[in-house]
Design a protein around this ligand. Sequence first.
Ligand code: ATP
Ligand code: MG
Length: 327
Amino acid sequence: MVKAHSIDDAVTVKELRKSYNTFSALDGISFSIRKGEVFGLLGPNGAGKTTTIKILSGISMPASGTAKILGYDVVNNPVMVKQNIGVVPETSNLYPELTCTDNLIFAGRLYGISTEKAKTGAKELLHIFGLEEKRNVLFGRLSSGMKRRLTVAASLIHDPPVLFLDEPTTGLDVMSARALREVIQSLKDRGITILLTSHYIEEADRLCDRIAIIVKGKIITIDTPEALKKSVRTEKAVDVKISPYTPFIEKEFSKMSTAVKYEKREEMFRFFIEDLDTFMSEFSAFIKGQSLSIESINTVSPSLEDAFVEITGLRREIMIQEKGGGK
Ligand SMILES: Nc1ncnc2c1ncn2[C@@H]1O[C@H](COP(=O)(O)OP(=O)(O)OP(=O)(O)O)[C@@H](O)[C@H]1O
Ligand SMILES: [Mg+2]
């Protein structure tokens, strides 16, 4: 669907291409981000996410196509683009030998704001990001979660309306990732337009209003997380708990015509079915015949991961799932 350029769009990208020698890193991508929207670029390693951010930030030149930030062309008007964006790169661009406060003030000076204004801004940002206690600590001595937070803070010192976050939570533990997501959410609430890249499906699901799925330099689809999930044609599945639990019942399933495929999940069975009503009438009769009862039955709805796998045709493992307690 081609959408006319709207003044409500903060970012407009049209047919952007970028090659490294003969390798095509971006193969004509187009999308627009509405003002105030959190837009996610979701894709596996090497998909072209960082390349896109670099072009949108004026760090890297496209081979062809156009990209505009609030109407300013990234190639023709890089100064205005830089004034209007905050960029959080994959690896921090702050100085390990400067304190948190000094890093923020220095970042402000780079954007041409007065030391006075930068000092006030630094104080505010340290407060918002929960780093007041660390204001006089050298950046190099912060934990990695705090480093990330300060890097995001520094990108906001000139109060930009648009923010680019490249893999904001990669490498953070679950708690730090959650804290950072809350900060991102609060920036959205303040009306900042956010473009973030991620290969955490859950993160994109939680934070983004819309997601573009990018693979090998091409955008495959753009939609809301909800619509992406709805578009999945996964087989319908139901989780059934039989009471009393009897693993031997499995042997009897083959007698039913509708329970062809199933998985055992702890004290539960997941049936992959064609039609819920047909399955239910046969299954209830079957359970009754065995003098058992159904303790619970729940339909399983597709996750964004299911949508991703189906839409891209990629294996599940290619995208990282954030696991509780792990990295
Ligand atoms: N300076 C460069 N020279 C040559 N190839 C490059 C350069 N920068 C990026 N590429 C290639 O372009 C492709 C896209 O890279 P990019 O960094 O945009 O991917 P990404 O989606 O950000 O991946 P990741 O999830 O690993 O960060 C990759 O195949 C990469 O090797
Ligand atoms: Mg990247």
